[in-house]
Design a protein around this ligand. Structure first.
Ligand SMILES: *Cc1c(COP(=O)(O)O)cnc(C)c1O
Length: 442
């Protein structure tokens, strides 16, 4: 289905050609023609607007459906119809160990060992479950250090976890905010906050990428700073998994969780993932909320009293796993595997660079700056997403974009978030996006 040999040759070509960008349709189409991943767009359903493909820039919110998804899900529906309960063992992909197929692919996406990753539940559920293990506050050590403007669900998790343990969130939850007049966090400020709170810090818990600004945090440095004061480091990778390079194991990250419906295209509300460093995952004495699917496999069905954990990330599973959601997840991860993470990262950086170029070009042609890009300019500090603070006519521009078939995201008071993703977005998408903004400003 996917011609990987052809991709490898032309990827090399793409790396050799180091071009400077131009803001015109021919140039954008030429970049698409040279794109080694261009055929992957055909494997997705692109939402339509007046008979044409939308410019779909919200893969950071809900990734698109792969055309293979229905076959994967249908397989399980057919096996259920054909086999009933026997499908747990007799299905083409037996349901009982179905979740065991994921660590191989996911470990490459998040950069860890296979025993460190498990698919289960949904994101906020996993965040709570991991906090049950890694946030065990004492009178002395009880603080959670996080980013200001964390995603609301994460804020509610931190607040209620602190309260659950009898602490006042106003005292226990420490938010690191950007400096006056700045939009993104400085790593030095994150580290100095951790140092300042020192042995009162229980856990440092950041997004891998902030959902609002698109800032990619230095997870390695944050983890080292947390460990230096004796705290755990965890990350919510909702906006990072399937987007940027991750090396959770090598960075010594203690735990992480993510959803699969954003960059990982695995269906709305799809099954989520969790990572636990093997030094913790192998420790079956760590406290947790347990269920039978985390129980040692060889003796699980003796159904005896006394929980004994699987000595891997699977030891945090609670319930038998949702096969239909896993089928949708599998359909998407097979595409990631065929595309290859290196090729995806190369194209992602090029798409983001082209979008930054187009937005700067728009500003340069105006008497006064229209768009302030609040996402970091340095490609090492960002992923696909570009967050545009609109200095003039923001809502008017956003509404015109929507009317002309661009699917983007508006955040009050005046930020437009867009995320061109390497699997199905094109350089022409970016050109068209810029062209619509230019025509409004004319
Ligand atoms: C999208 C997102 C969520 C959503 O949580 P669900 O439990 O999947 O509804 C939570 N946290 C962050 C950082 C997100 O970006």
């Amino acid at each position: 289905m996917f011609d990987v040999k052809e991709l490898q040759t032309s990827n090399l070509e793409l790396q050799i050609i180091n071009m400077s960008f131009q803001n015109n349709l021919e140039f954008a189409r030429d970049l698409d023609a040279k794109d080694v991943l261009k055929s992957f767009r055909q494997h997705f359903f692109i939402p339509q607007h007046e008979g044409k493909d939308c410019v779909y820039f919200t893969g950071n919110s809900l990734g698109l459906q792969a055309k293979t998804t229905s076959e994967y899900v249908q397989q399980e529906l057919d096996d259920w119809a054909r086999l009933g309960v026997e499908g747990h063992f007799q299905a083409k992909n037996p349901w009982m160990p179905y979740h065991e197929i994921f660590p191989k692919q996911l470990s490459k996406i998040v950069g860890c060992r296979e025993n460190e990753v498990v698919v289960m539940n949904s994101l906020t559920v996993n965040l709570h479950l991991l906090m049950v293990t890694f946030y065990r506050p004492t009178k002395q050590r009880y603080k959670i250090i996080c980013e200001a403007k964390a995603f609301p669900s994460d804020q509610y998790a931190f607040e209620t976890q602190a309260k659950y343990h009898g602490f006042d969130p106003a005292d226990a939850v420490i938010e690191v905010a950007p400096r006056e007049g700045e939009y993104i966090l400085r790593t030095e400020d994150i580290i100095s906050t951790i140092q300042q709170h020192n042995d009162s810090v229980a856990v440092v818990l950041f997004g891998g990428i902030n959902y609002y600004t698109g800032q990619l945090f230095d997870m390695k440095a944050i983890t080292a700073a947390a460990h230096a004061v004796g705290a755990y480091a965890g990350f919510d990778l909702a906006h990072a998994a399937g987007n940027v390079e991750l090396h959770l194991h090598d960075w010594q990250v203690d735990f992480a969780c993510w959803c699969s419906y954003k960059y990982l295209n695995s269906s709305p509300g799809g099954i989520a993932g969790a990572y636990i460093h093997e030094k913790h995952a192998a420790d079956t004495t760590l406290p947790r909320f347990a269920g039978w699917w985390g129980y040692k496999k060889d003796t699980r069905f003796k159904m005896e009293k006394g929980f004994e954990a699987i000595p891997t990330a699977e030891g945090w599973q609670l319930s038998n796993a949702p096969v239909l959601l896993m089928a949708a997840h599998k359909a998407s991860l097979d595409i990631f595997e065929a595309a290859g993470m290196d090729r995806l990262h190369t194209k992602r950086k090029r798409l983001a660079a082209y979008l930054h170029f187009i937005l700067h070009d728009i500003n340069d042609r105006q008497p006064e700056k229209v768009i302030e890009i609040i996402t970091p300019a340095d490609e090492k500090e960002r992923g696909c997403q570009v967050s545009m603070l609109m200095l003039q006519r923001g809502k008017e521009i956003f509404d015109a974009l929507t009317k002309q078939g661009v699917v983007a995201d508006w955040r009050e008071p005046n930020v437009i978030r867009v995320a061109p993703v390497p699997l199905y977005n094109s350089f022409e998408d970016i050109y068209r996006f810029g062209e619509i903004i230019r025509s409004i400003l004319k």
